[in-house]
Ligand binder design. Structure first.
Ligand code: HSE
Length: 311
C-alpha cells in the first residue's frame, strides 16, 4: 500500500435548480466539505472527529453518509486495512447545500485515490448515493451527481440511473443566501403534493426543457424565462421567512433566476458576473436580515471539477 492518508474537498451543490425537482443540480466552489481519509492497520471504518457541525452529525458509522458510502465500497474490495475519517464541515447539515451528499462523495473519492483508483466514477456514484440515502430517506441524485462530476447535471432517469452532464455559460455566477437555521430534507419532502394538474405538469416540463436548452445555448434570456418551479418552491416557501421578498430583491438586482436551493433554507440566485452576484447577495441579505438574525452569503462561479485533492 502506498500513500496512507489524503485530504480532499467536495463542493456544495444546488439541487432542483428551480423547475428540476430531483432531476437537476449544479456544483459551486464555496462552501466546500473538507475531509482527511487515513488507511489504518485495524480493520473497520471509524470517524475520529467531525468539526464545524455544532455536534449535530452522527459519529455512528451506520448513520453518517460518508461511512455508509465507504461501507458499500469496502464490501467490494479485499481489505485487511481499516479506514479512519476526519470531517471538517464548512456547510452545516440542513442547509440545502448538499452537505450530506458532499460527505457521501468525499469519502469514496478519497479512498479510491488512496487505493490507486480501482473504481470508476459511475461506481463511486453508486456508493455515494447509498450513503446519501441514510440522510434523506430516499434516493435522489441531484446533489451527489453534481458534487462528484462538477458542473450542471440532468438526471434523465432513475431506473436505470441516467446522468447527463450539461454544459453551462462560462461566465455564470451563483449567489447563495443562507439564513442560519435548519430544514430537514425528509420533513420538507413531506410538504410536496403527490398529484398535479396536467396543465401544471405541462408548464413544469416546458420550463425544465427551456432551462436545459438555455444552459446549453448560453442563452440567459431563456434561462430567465424558464427558471420557475410549480412543484417544490410553492410548498416550501413558507419554511423560509421573507422568501418571496428575498427572491424579488435578487431578481430586481439583475439575477437571471432565483429559487430555493434543495430543500432550503439556502436560496440561490444566478447571475452573469461576479459583480452582479455580489450586489444580488447584498440585496438578498438586507431583506432576509429583517426576518432571520444571521445570514451568510456566498458568491461563486459554477464548480466544474467536483472533488479535489488538497493534501
Ligand atoms: N431534490 C431534493 C429535494 C434535494 O428537494 O428534496 C434535497 O437536498
Amino acid at each position: 500500500m502506498g500513500q496512507k492518508s489524503i485530504k480532499v474537498t467536495a463542493p456544495a451543490t444546488v439541487s432542483n435548480c428551480g423547475p428540476g425537482f430531483d432531476i437537476m443540480g449544479f456544483a459551486i466552489n464555496t462552501p466546500v466539505e473538507e475531509m482527511i481519509v487515513r488507511l489504518t492497520n485495524k480493520p473497520g471504518i471509524r470517524i475520529s472527529k467531525i468539526v464545524g457541525d455544532k455536534n449535530k452529525l452522527p459519529l455512528d458509522v451506520k448513520k453518517n453518509t460518508a461511512t455508509v458510502a465507504l461501507h458499500h465500497m469496502l464490501a467490494r474490495v479485499e481489505s485487511k486495512f481499516g479506514v479512519e475519517l476526519e470531517i471538517k464541515k464548512k456547510m452545516i447539515s440542513g442547509s440545502g447545500l448538499g452537505s450530506s451528499a458532499a460527505s457521501a462523495v468525499a469519502a469514496p473519492f478519497a479512498l479510491n485515490e488512496l487505493l490507486g483508483k480501482p473504481f470508476t466514477k459511475k461506481e463511486l456514484m453508486e456508493f455515494a448515493l447509498l450513503g446519501e440515502e441514510v440522510a434523506s430517506g430516499s434516493i435522489h441524485a441531484d446533489n451527489v451527481a453534481p458534487c462528484l462530476l462538477g458542473g450542471f447535471v440532468l438526471i434523465r432517469g432513475y431506473n436505470p440511473l441516467d446522468i447527463i452532464p450539461l454544459a453551462a455559460p462560462k461566465d455564470m455566477f451563483c449567489t447563495i443566501l443562507h439564513p442560519q437555521f435548519e430544514i430537514k430534507t425528509s420533513e420538507a419532502r413531506k410538504l410536496i403534493r403527490k398529484n398535479f394538474y396536467l396543465h401544471d405538469v405541462i408548464t413544469q416540463t416546458g420550463n425544465v426543457a427551456g432551462l436545459v436548452t438555455g444552459l446549453l445555448k448560453n442563452n440567459y434570456e431563456l434561462i430567465k424565462r424558464s427558471l420557475h418551479d410549480l412543484i417544490a418552491e410553492p410548498a416550501r416557501a413558507t419554511l423560509i421567512p421573507g422568501f418571496y421578498e428575498i427572491k424579488e430583491a435578487a431578481l430586481s438586482h439583475g439575477s437571471i433566476g432565483c429559487s430555493i436551493s434543495g430543500s432550503g433554507p439556502a436560496i440561490f440566485a444566478l447571475s452573469k458576473s461576479q459583480e452582479e452576484g455580489i450586489a444580488i447577495g447584498r440585496a438578498m441579505k438586507k431583506v432576509s436580515s429583517k426576518y432571520t438574525k444571521e445570514n451568510i452569503v456566498h458568491v461563486s462561479p459554477i464548480n466544474r471539477v467536483g472533488p479535489r485533492i488538497i493534501g
